[in-house]
Ligand binder design. Structure first.
Ligand SMILES: Cc1ncc(COP(=O)(O)O)c(C=O)c1O
Length: 430
């Protein structure tokens, strides 16, 4: 089987020549999956094949996919092909050949998200997608926006700037950690809705804890009260199996360089068609584009390679299957959680027991241990990259493994954490 895997890897690398949005390296992967009885329950061999579709850095164990993910080899090759070809004559290839193909990307995203392609704007990340809406809505002095205290810091910064600039009022709900009760959040939102409330801005998956929030219930509540819902989907798209009908947001922004494995600098914004004219673009567009989703893409010269390779990334995810991917990520996490969960010093800040609320990222801390020192120790001494999370009410370390991680990497993490809990690592103590 090793020979099989190296064939796959070599084939990815040896693909030469060039054609537009083709999927031949992906079909090699599909063939490999078929050979492994892909439709049956995947075994470790299957996951090793998946791992071989990525270039793995042997210097560090990567447990921070919630930050950015690497692109699989076939997607990365496609991206490089676009860049190389573009560089031969950018004014022709980038503008005349590749940029028009953005329409295929728009269609692919729309199909995947279950919406009309005229509702999809391609952006460079979730920050851009969400800020288009935050900054582009005509919110006025004393208009109210309800958010949770677990929203991404940049999105909070945007609301705070709008508070200073236009007098928008932010109303913040404190989420319990771990999060166990959807009804609690719904009740807290209801309590704060007033005649001035214009927007609910809520994450689908909380970046701090990996907790899934009840977006569909929240959007129903918003719509009953004539309020619009902005859903931050940076951590949910291509990690959770869902389409737009499962959340019914008015605005949805995500990055595609996290769980979708597209090149760095990719994302999208979904806006319901009837709301298009209510949002100004961040960078100006002509009046004739008022009702055109492409008005949000008037960003000046940029590489087309990044967004065109999104098609290949979505295809790669379809080959794996989102449900299968999510289950694997949870299995990887359960390796280390199960090993240390019996220790009273271990504090799990994510509700992993209720699978409807857990996406596979985990936040934890250890009593008597300084989380920042532990993060540094894991990185510098043990060569494991995690993500330190600091909130006003808690601190911890987020573990976000991916389909390319192995069971043995998770076992290594659990052994290290066990010795930390047993007090064997002095440098991480409080
Ligand atoms: C919930 C959430 N929203 C927004 C963002 C911003 O994403 P980006 O930096 O890709 O724009 C992140 C990034 O981690 C996030 O986790």
């Amino acid at each position: 089987m090793l020979r099989r895997r190296s064939f796959i890897k070599n084939s990815f690398f040896s693909l030469i020549g060039f054609s537009v949005l083709r999927t031949d390296s992906l079909s090699i992967l599909k063939q490999a999956f078929d050979d492994l009885n892909f439709n049956q329950s995947p075994n470790e061999e299957f996951w090793l094949t998946v791992r071989s579709a990525f270039n793995i850095d042997d210097k560090l164990i990567n447990l921070n996919s919630g930050g950015i993910s690497p692109t699989p080899i076939p997607v990365h090759n496609r991206f490089k092909e676009y860049l190389d070809k573009s560089n031969l004559l950018p004014a022709y290839y980038n503008w005349h050949v590749f940029e028009p193909q953005k329409e295929l990307v728009r269609k692919k995203i729309a199909e995947n998200f279950g919406v009309d392609s005229e509702e999809i704007a391609i952006t460079r990340n979730a920050s851009e997608a969400l800020q288009i809406v935050q900054q582009g809505l005509e919110l006025k002095n004393k208009d109210e926006v309800i958010i949770t205290d677990h929203e991404y810091f940049r999105m909070k910064n945007t609301w705070e700037q709008l508070e200073r600039r236009r007098g928008v009022k932010i109303i913040q709900i404190q989420l319990p950690v771990p999060f166990v009760d959807d009804d609690y959040l719904i009740t807290e939102i209801k309590k704060r809705i007033s005649s001035r409330t214009k927007i609910l801005h809520i994450s689908h998956v909380v970046y701090l804890t990996g907790q899934i929030l009840p977006i569909k219930q929240i959007s129903q509540l918003a719509h009953e009260n004539d309020i619009k819902l902005i859903c931050d989907g940076a951590q949910s798209f291509a990690l959770l199996p869902f389409t737009h009908k499962d959340i019914e947001s008015d605005f949805f922004g995500t990055s595609l360089h996290k769980w979708c494995y597209a090149p760095i600098g990719t994302g999208f914004l979904h806006i319901r068609k009837e709301l298009l004219t209510k949002v100004w673009p961040l960078m100006a567009a002509p009046k004739s584009m008022d009702n055109n989703i492409r008005k949000f893409e008037e960003i000046g010269t940029h590489p087309a390679a990044n967004h065109n390779a999104i098609v290949d990334a979505i295809e790669f995810n379809s080959q794996i299957g989102i449900e299968r991917k999510l289950n694997r990520i949870k299995t990887l996490n359960n390796v280390w959680i199960n090993r240390i969960s019996g220790y009273p010093e271990f504090n799990l800040l994510t509700n992993t027991k209720d699978s409807s609320k857990w996406c596979g990222m985990v936040l934890f801390n250890i009593s008597g241990v300084n989380s920042s020192k532990l993060y540094k120790y894991l990185l510098e001494e043990e060569k494991i990259l995690t993500s330190p999370m600091v909130h006003n009410n808690f601190k911890g370390i987020r573990i976000s493994p991916n389909i390319f991680n192995s069971l043995s990497e998770m076992e290594k993490l659990s052994e290290i954490l066990e010795s930390v809990i047993k007090g064997k690592v002095d440098q991480v103590k409080l």
